[in-house]
Design a protein around this ligand. Structure first.
Ligand SMILES: O=C(O)CCC(=O)C(=O)O
Length: 266
């Protein structure tokens, strides 16, 4: 990446920012080796569930259960996530206020006919839609998408992080009044990504994955946020580094703040 961090002022207006070539080939290869090992372990346990429930992602890749006998690899993953290139970029946008919330890995559905779906992330939680709407200006839940394979890509509705749905968007998002969640939305953009790129987006903006045109997909999402009572309760301490592990990390700030959130101290 060149010397200035991208899209500082546009994130506020669009709800996303793209950093091309933020990571080197070597950095992506290191991450991919760790993520693929965890994905294989998860698949070995969850393949039937993945097919039956039509899953397109797994989460909690930093959970200590994936690192039994591999403690150094867990440290490497925490360091990879909070690496200076990423931490400094996010700090330039949001100050030193963020905490590490979780990770997710998005892959293609088992059924190639399965359609992707427009949503705002919290719609799959027990936080009521009207609370999401009224708290929208105070929520900051972010994804940093790190594609491990080139993908075309993810669809976003720019600006939808700071307004609520139009009638059409609402009907599409909930599949009501003859609409379905996979249909195209006007003014959406489809963003193609290459390994090395990072796409930062607001998890509460309208977004949809894109499965067709991608023979295979492996998109590692780092979930980072600012404390809010509606999202803090979803933080699982099992995905956080221990005190001894944090002492060995290059930058432990996102993780220390996460422990404060987990303890209800923020
Ligand atoms: O890429 C996908 O399949 C969907 C992405 C998504 O919903 C998310 O990152 O929250």
């Amino acid at each position: 990446m060149n010397d200035s961090y991208p899209s500082t002022e546009t994130f506020g207006a669009l709800g996303y920012a793209l950093a091309r070539n933020l990571f080197s080939e070597q950095q992506i290869a290191e991450l991919k080796a760790i993520v693929e090992r965890i994905y294989r372990a998860w698949l070995a346990e969850n393949r039937a569930l993945m097919i039956a429930n039509r899953l397109v992602n797994m989460y909690g890749l930093t959970d200590s259960r994936y690192f039994l006998g591999e403690p150094e690899q867990r440290l490497a993953l925490f360091d990879w996530i909070a690496r200076p290139g990423l931490a400094l970029w996010l700090e330039s946008l949001f100050g030193d206020t963020l905490y590490f919330h979780n990770t997710q890995l998005f892959f293609n559905p088992h059924d190639p006919g399965q359609a992707p779906y427009w949503h705002r992330d919290l719609q799959y939680s027990d936080v009521e839609d009207r609370t999401q709407r009224s708290e929208q200006g105070r929520l900051l839940a972010l994804h940093v998408r790190v594609p491990l394979i080139a993908e075309r890509g993810i669809a976003l509705v720019p600006g939808s992080h700071c307004r609520w749905d139009s009638e059409l968007e609402r009907n599409v998002r909930f599949g009501t009044n003859g609409h379905h969640q996979g249909e195209d939305l006007p003014s959406s953009v489809l963003i193609g990504l290459e390994p090395g790129d990072a796409l930062l987006f607001d998890a509460q903006m309208l977004h949809r994955g894109h499965y067709r045109d991608n023979a295979e997909r492996l998109a590692f999402d780092i979930c980072i946020g600012r404390y809010h009572p509606a999202t803090a309760s979803f933080l699982d301490a099992a995905v956080l580094p221990s005190e001894a592990e944090m002492a060995r990390l290059v930058d432990d700030r996102w993780y220390r703040r996460a422990w404060r959130v987990a303890a209800g101290m923020d």
